[in-house]
Design a protein around this ligand. Structure first.
Ligand SMILES: [Mn+2]
Length: 372
């Protein structure tokens, strides 16, 4: 049985630009620590291969500290082979660490956009690993279109950074049909930050997801880690998600329908946060529903309620997607400039795109405040 660890999108050295400068330094430290934890886990588990499917670092110009960490971790587990396929964020450009630095003998780095195959003898089994690397931030063709796995191998693995979600992607638009025809037993993919395991023909293909979420964006929320993969002698594949991140980003929708005052809503939210989250979570509360124009969400009030309950949470954000149209009847018939202002915005408030509605709601709150 083969034991693999499949990871991707580590984005070491990520600036964590959305966090404040202090929080971003903390997040960067946590990311390094998650990386060490993952590499030690693979060593303790006795993994034969660690497949690193691209975007290991955030740019091709890694800090020397990060490059040193990567090389050190690979060198300290010489019994395991590390497969690296550079992605769109860390392409194998001439100045990249992949080209400039000397990696230990147990590392294989694919630096050509044309797929290449290496073969290992692992406990009497012939295992082939095929991969390619980005050489610039763009790769507009599917490098594995028409590619067939080495049929002489007992076990056939693909390691690749690619975008299977969009045939027009400029990040290696590999298709499900490419994979279904390929004959690989396992395709270890990178680029999509949420984890998924699927089948195309006889090929199991998977995105490990990123090692740590970096903001509240799609694919970044929830616990992150890597996939532990076992391939048995009859080439059956089993995958297990292993969490390595110590911090997560989460979005929570809260329906404020009918609310006119913030404090009672804030009380309830504080209770929910106390029960479900801790300092290892950064939370964005997305407030929805039709509310009174007087409803004013206030982060400071929520924070002090949390403090009074001794609740600690990572970053906390409010996204106000409520519609201030409740009891709008009075405003609708209000002959003053307040009513006129409301009537002016009503179409955007109720019929606009989500963005237009948000802007109109924002304008209405600001306008009513200014008009007193
Ligand atoms: Mn990528």
């Amino acid at each position: 049985m083969l034991k693999l660890l499949h990871c991707a999108d580590l984005h070491l050295d990520s600036p964590f630009a959305s966090a404040g400068s202090r929080a971003s330094a903390v997040r960067r430290g946590e990311l390094r620590e998650s990386f060490r934890k993952m590499m030690r886990w693979a060593a303790n588990k006795g993994c034969d291969l660690v497949l690193m499917a691209g975007d290991l670092i955030d740019t091709s110009y890694a800090t020397s500290e990060t490059a040193g960490l990567l090389i050190h971790e690979i060198a300290s587990n010489p019994g395991c082979r590390y497969i690296i396929t550079p992605g769109n964020h860390d392409p194998a450009e001439p100045n990249s660490i992949w080209k400039r630095l000397t990696f230990p003998d147990n590392a294989v780095i694919f630096t050509s956009e044309t797929p290449e195959t290496v073969t290992f003898d692992i406990r009497g089994q012939k295992v082939s690993v095929t991969g390619y690397g980005f050489t610039t931030p763009r790769l507009t063709v599917s490098p594995i279109n028409g590619l067939r796995a080495d049929t002489a191998a007992d076990c056939r693995i693909l390691c690749a950074h690619c975008d299977i979600t969009d045939p027009l992607s400029d990040s290696a638009p590999v298709t499900v049909a490419d994979l279904a025809a390929s004959g690989f037993d396992y395709a270890a993919l990178g680029h999509i930050h949420s984890s998924s395991v699927k089948k195309a023909g006889d090929t199991t293909y998977a995105y490990s997801g990123c090692l740590a979420g970096r903001d509240f964006g799609p694919g970044e929320t929830g616990w992150k880690g890597a996939l532990y993969v076992e391939i048995d002698d009859s080439r059956r594949v089993t995958t297990t998600f292993v969490r390595f991140a110590s911090h997560r980003y989460m979005r929570l929708r809260a329906n404020c329908e009918g609310a006119s005052q913030w404090p009672p809503i804030a009380e309830r939210l504080a209770d929910v946060i106390r029960e479900q989250y801790s300092s290892s979570t950064s939370l964005r509360l997305v407030l929805t529903g039709s509310v009174s124009p007087d409803f004013r969400p206030n982060l400071h009030i929520l924070r002090s309620l949390l403090e009074s309950r001794s609740v600690s949470i990572g970053c906390l954000e409010l996204q106000n997607d409520t519609l201030p149209i409740l009891s709008g009847k009075t405003l609708e018939t209000d002959p003053s400039i307040r009513g006129e202002f409301y009537r002016l915005l009503l179409k955007d408030l109720t019929e606009g795109t989500p963005e237009e509605r948000r802007t109109a709601a924002e304008a209405l709150r600001a306008g009513l405040d200014a008009l007193g």
